[in-house]
Design a protein around this ligand. Structure first.
Ligand SMILES: Nc1nc2c(ncn2[C@@H]2O[C@H](COP(=O)(O)OP(=O)(O)O)[C@@H](O)[C@H]2O)c(=O)[nH]1
Ligand SMILES: [Mg+2]
Length: 335
């Protein structure tokens, strides 16, 4: 049905809160079919001036840390305050029908059944670059659709966390207590991108250890160079299972937004993310285009062979290839 609708009609329905059209528009945005590219681009162009209201929050952590359980608790808390909540659940290990996302769904049953919530699984299938493009655009759509808070849940596998931090305003790292976990975080450079570290499962026998971990992490965060000079990253404990500490978490998020909105920093962060993404994509595309041009490919290989056989200095080789590319570019540009 959506294929016969114009971008104007689709956007109008999304703004009205039509969930079926929203879900279909998401599929168009995610599609790798070239036949969908034009419509996807038109929808995005139309919604860009209308967005910016939603809070974009990343939640990352090792499998089993309790991300889905926390999102259920936090999501229901926000809904009880009259807010609309969306969750984009990225899972690098799963395919569409994969086990992990199904497991997530069983942990977010209340949220799944609530009209004010929307959960969208995004199977990443190992291609991180494509996933972050899709996730960015899904965030834009959900924002236009009137969701007040958009969570992006990712399984912590190092690099993906750093990429997700670039898609959101506020990045939470979910940690378990003890077991040297907190130090692992530091090693991977993940703590540097966290605005908040949450030590979950602070309940039962685990409570004391969770509090000790919280103190260690607090100290570590004070030592680290802050990500934003306006914000000191914090460490909190919670029990997602027992619904303890949830309001505390949201109070910190609120404080972050109050600080960053009042000094214009939030808008600056988002602009920097948009421009950063644009630049990175252009560079990737341009490099691919150049290296896939037959003449250039051959010239490059010949020159490279001369460097390998020591008949041309690397420095001279760079100049030669660059000149060749420059010539090709100017001669092929239509006047
Ligand atoms: N004791 C305790 N268990 C929890 C808590 N939060 C989650 N769990 C359990 O930890 C397991 C993994 O939770 P899940 O939310 O699926 O983790 P995810 O992989 O990070 O999404 C499940 O068995 C949960 O019931 C908590 O606050 N306390
Ligand atoms: Mg999960």
């Amino acid at each position: 049905m959506i294929n016969t609708m114009s971008a104007d009609d689709i956007v109008e329905e999304i703004l009205k809160g039509n969930r079926a059209i929203l879900a279909k528009a998401m599929t168009v945005i995610e599609s790798t079919h070239t036949k969908h590219h034009k419509l996807a681009g038109e929808i995005l162009d139309k919604i860009m001036p209308l967005i910016g209201k939603a809070k974009r929050i990343g939640i990352s952590g090792a499998p089993g840390a309790g991300k889905s359980t926390l999102l259920e608790a936090l999501g229901m808390y926000l809904i009880s305050k009259g807010l609309k909540v969306a969750v984009i659940a990225i899972d690098p290990s799963s395919r569409i029908s994969g086990g992990s996302i199904l497991a997530d769904k069983t942990r977010m049953t209340t949220l799944l059944g609530d009209y004010n919530a929307f959960i969208r699984p995004v199977p990443s299938g190992g291609h991180l670059g494509g996933t972050s493009r899709r996730t960015r655009e899904l965030i834009f759509l959900l924002d236009a659709a009137g969701f007040d808070v958009i969570f992006v849940e990712t399984v912590g596998v190092g690099q993906s966390e750093i990429e997700v931090a670039d898609l959101v305003d506020f990045f939470c790292l979910l940690q378990l207590s003890g077991a040297g976990d907190e130090l692992q975080g530091i090693k991977k450079g993940i703590m540097e991108v966290a605005d908040l570290i949450i030590i979950n499962k602070c309940d039962g026998d685990n409570k004391i250890m969770a509090e000790i971990t919280q103190n260690m992490l607090k100290n570590a965060l004070y030592i680290l160079k802050p990500k934003h000079s306006e914000w000191q990253a914090q460490a909190l404990t919670c029990s997602a299972k027992d619904n303890i500490g949830i309001q505390n978490i949201w109070d910190v998020v609120d404080m972050f937004y109050a600080t960053m909105e009042s000094n214009g920093k939030l808008a600056a962060i988002r602009k920097e993310q948009d421009i950063g993404w644009f630049k990175q994509q252009i560079e990737e595309n341009v490099i691919n285009m150049i290296y896939n041009t037959q003449d250039i490919k051959e010239f490059y290989s010949r020159t490279r062979a001369r460097v390998e056989s020591n008949t041309l200095s690397p420095r001279h080789a760079v100049e030669t290839v660059s000149q060749y590319i420059a010539q090709k570019l100017t001669s092929e540009v239509p006047k």
